[in-house]
Design a protein around this ligand. Structure first.
Ligand code: NAP
Length: 300
């Protein structure tokens, strides 16, 4: 029996593990993929206090190693269900069942699809959801990035160093992402902003060859690109746990500021939680709060 099971090894889950271990609680972290969560794909982090410039990979690795050094146990298994028997929670994975006194759900979110016909078939053949993972395949080629949040802006900037030409396609004329990054993009000669426009068609033989974009007036334009990086937001990964947590219309987990949910002993932390600001620093903050509350709950 573990004191606290943390589901998800992104910044929220890893920070929770650090706080829970420092409170001398036993900790098991379950992670479906690799440690680090979404931040591992961010090329440059410039908005986290003290770390003026660090890659997402280095950041995630440092936090992971910190949690491990403090004694958190890690298992790379996907949590698919939590059963609540009051003081005992059972977290089910495809291989095992693990018991804990408290659970912190820090599952983050997954990529939202663009929803254009043919998108699924072209993944790995021109369409990617991760510029830092696949960007190198498009050296000296023309690519497009779609989206207007921080991910899209950072992906476009990253690709501007690799590709010949980068189109940034966004459905509005102002960005959701940080102005500082948008300004850097405007300064780049090989970046063209395609605003008030949506991708309406993907043209491909075996691989992506071009995309059609349609603006708000209904004018269509074809962009000859061999790569399309889709960065149109994320979908919270809470569905498997909706028996124990309340979800809002968009699927985010409702909780008080203290990260407690409607089920005693079940907490949520990070991007899957209903909140206004989803940043690395707020994910870490959630992890600290959720673990502190979980420790309080165990000591109650
Ligand atoms: P996001 O902030 O939710 O932005 C998604 C973007 O995609 C929005 O601009 C949205 O347009 C657009 N969009 C959504 N659905 C679309 C569709 N069907 N077709 C075309 N465009 C669509 O998502 P994100 O950029 O992945 O970021 C997620 C969170 O992580 C954010 O809180 C972000 O700030 C954070 N993040 C932070 C950093 C950092 O701090 N360095 C880096 C990356 C991400 P509208 O604007 O019109 O809604």
């Amino acid at each position: 029996m573990t004191d606290i099971i943390i589901i998800g090894a992104g910044p929220a889950g890893l920070t929770a593990a650090i706080y829970a271990r420092r409170a001398a609680k036993s900790v098991l972290v379950l992670e479906a993929k690799g440690y680090g969560g979404q931040i591992i794909n961010t090329p440059h982090i410039e908005n986290y206090p003290v770390a003026a410039h660090i890659s997402g990979f280095d950041f995630a690795t440092k936090v992971y190693e910190q949690a491990k050094a403090l004694g958190a146990e890690f298992k790379f298994e996907k949590a698919i269900e939590i059963r609540d028997d009051g003081e005992i929670k059972t977290v089910v994975t495809p291989k095992n069942e693990y018991e804990a006194k408290a659970v912190i759900i820090a599952t983050g979110s997954e990529n939202r699809k663009l929803g254009v016909e043919g998108e699924d078939k072209l993944v790995g053949r021109g369409i990617s959801y991760c510029a830092t993972c696949d960007g190198a395949f498009f050296r000296k080629k023309n690519v497009a990035v779609v989206g207007g949040g921080n991910t899209a802006l950072e992906d476009a900037l990253y690709m501007a160093d690799i590709a010949d030409k980068v189109y940034l396609i966004h459905r509005r004329d102002s960005f959701r992402g940080e102005e500082a990054t948008a300004e850097k993009l405007r300064q780049r000669e090989n970046v063209e902003l395609v605003l008030n426009s949506q991708v309406t068609k993907l043209n491909a033989e075996k691989r992506l060859q071009s995309v059609e974009v349609t603006d708000k007036q209904g004018n269509t334009r074809t962009l000859e690109v061999s790569g399309l990086f889709v960065a149109v937001g994320r979908i919270p990964e809470n569905k498997s746990f909706e028996n124990l947590i309340e979800l809002d219309g968009a699927g985010y987990a409702a909780s008080a500021e203290n990260c407690r949910t409607k089920t005693p002993g079940v907490f949520v932390a990070g991007d899957n939680r209903q909140k206004e600001v989803r940043q690395l620093v707020t994910a870490a903050s959630d992890g600290a709060v959720a673990a502190t509350e979980a420790v309080k709950y165990l000591n109650e």
